[in-house]
Design a binder for this molecule. Structure first.
Ligand code: GLV
Length: 327
């Protein structure tokens, strides 16, 4: 038994609470999925030894300064750009996260957005609701085909690789990619070609983002990047909205510099209902649902709880962002 206190910053899948309680932790959980106000988050964390949090919780410099006593932070997400890892390192706080278990679910959303965008599905769905399905029109509602086209992946890691596999399997797409480091295994598996960022922009028929948000990728898809893309290209973002500049994306779509866009992440989030992207024919937007399946969210909850349990019982954290802290 442990008398350690764990704060769950909102209502997560029940399995996380069950596992922590079974392991003897005193768990504070909430009845809502709404994020805490920042002051409340900071204040509540002060009375706990560990925190299980997620992407819209601001675990920033100030939070960590005020909560330097925390033994461990466990993030329910694969991305952890909401956490100041530099500060966590300075305070010696290990940070867990939940990769792998959401790879397929997120790749499915990227693939689904690509198909839906290429055939204007969301727009046409709305046009039926608006009463505009009148008669069969040989020259209207036309999409574009994906077969034998070139998929460009920015960030060919776990999720990017699964997206590429789907695109090869379904449409025999040719895969090119740009990464900080080359991915030899994926090159072999997918016959993928490593290209410069500029080539990625110029050659991709579908450009899908699977990179982390960091100083190198923030705002990377701006006016000048969109201008270099093919006017027939589809832009897919399931990584982080801050990687693209949304005003520039809107302009690029209006000017015909890119053909379409499929977004699971937006800039800012949440997207406002009057965003012009939502009215565009060749745009499909979903509300950050990459990992949102029953199975995946349960697995994420288990991993996030296990990262806390493993830290305290010395079995180790299965997935840790800053392993050097524990050495
Ligand atoms: C979702 O965006 C995640 O990072 O898990």
């Amino acid at each position: 038994m442990t008398n350690k206190k764990v704060l769950l910053t909102r209502r997560f899948p029940e399995i996380a609470t069950q596992m922590l309680k079974q392991a003897g932790f005193l768990v504070t959980t909430r009845d809502t999925e709404e994020p805490m106000l920042q002051d409340e988050l900071v204040a509540q964390s002060k009375n706990h030894d560990a925190v299980l949090c997620t992407l819209s919780d601001k675990i920033n410099t100030d939070y960590i300064w005020q909560n330097a006593h925390l033994d461990v932070i466990s993030q329910f997400a694969v991305g952890y750009d909401n956490i100041d890892i530099y500060e966590a390192n300075k305070q010696g706080i290990p940070v867990g996260y939940t990769p792998d278990v959401l790879t397929d679910a997120t790749a499915d959303v990227a693939f689904g957005l690509m198909v839906a965008t290429s055939r204007k599905m969301f727009y046409l769905h709305k046009s039926i609701i608006a009463g505009n399905w009148t008669y069969f029109k040989p020259n209207s509602n036309l999409g574009i085909e994906l077969k034998n086209k070139t998929l460009g992946v920015l960030g060919l890691g776990r999720i990017g690789t699964e997206m590429a596999k789907r695109c090869r399997g379904a449409y025999k797409m040719n895969v090119i990619y740009h990464n900080r480091n080359r991915n030899a295994e994926a090159e072999k598996q997918l016959d993928a070609e490593y290209v410069s960022f500029d080539e990625l922009l110029r050659k991709s028929d579908v450009l899908s983002l699977h990179c982390a948000l960091n100083d190198d990728t923030k705002g990377l898809f701006d006016h000048s990047a969109f201008k270099k893309m093919k006017p027939t290209a589809i832009f897919i973002n399931t990584s982080r909205g801050l990687v693209h500049n949304e005003a520039d994306l809107i302009e690029a779509l209006r000017e015909g510099e890119v053909w379409g866009a499929g977004l699971d992440v937006t800039n800012p989030e949440p997207m406002k209902p009057d965003n012009p992207l939502l009215q565009m024919e060749n745009v499909c937007v979903v509300p950050h649902i990459g990992s949102a399946t029953v199975e995946t969210r349960d697995e994420m909850a288990k991993l996030a709880a296990q990262n806390i349990i493993g830290f305290y019982n010395k079995q180790g954290m299965a997935h840790i962002v800053n392993p050097e802290i524990l050495k």
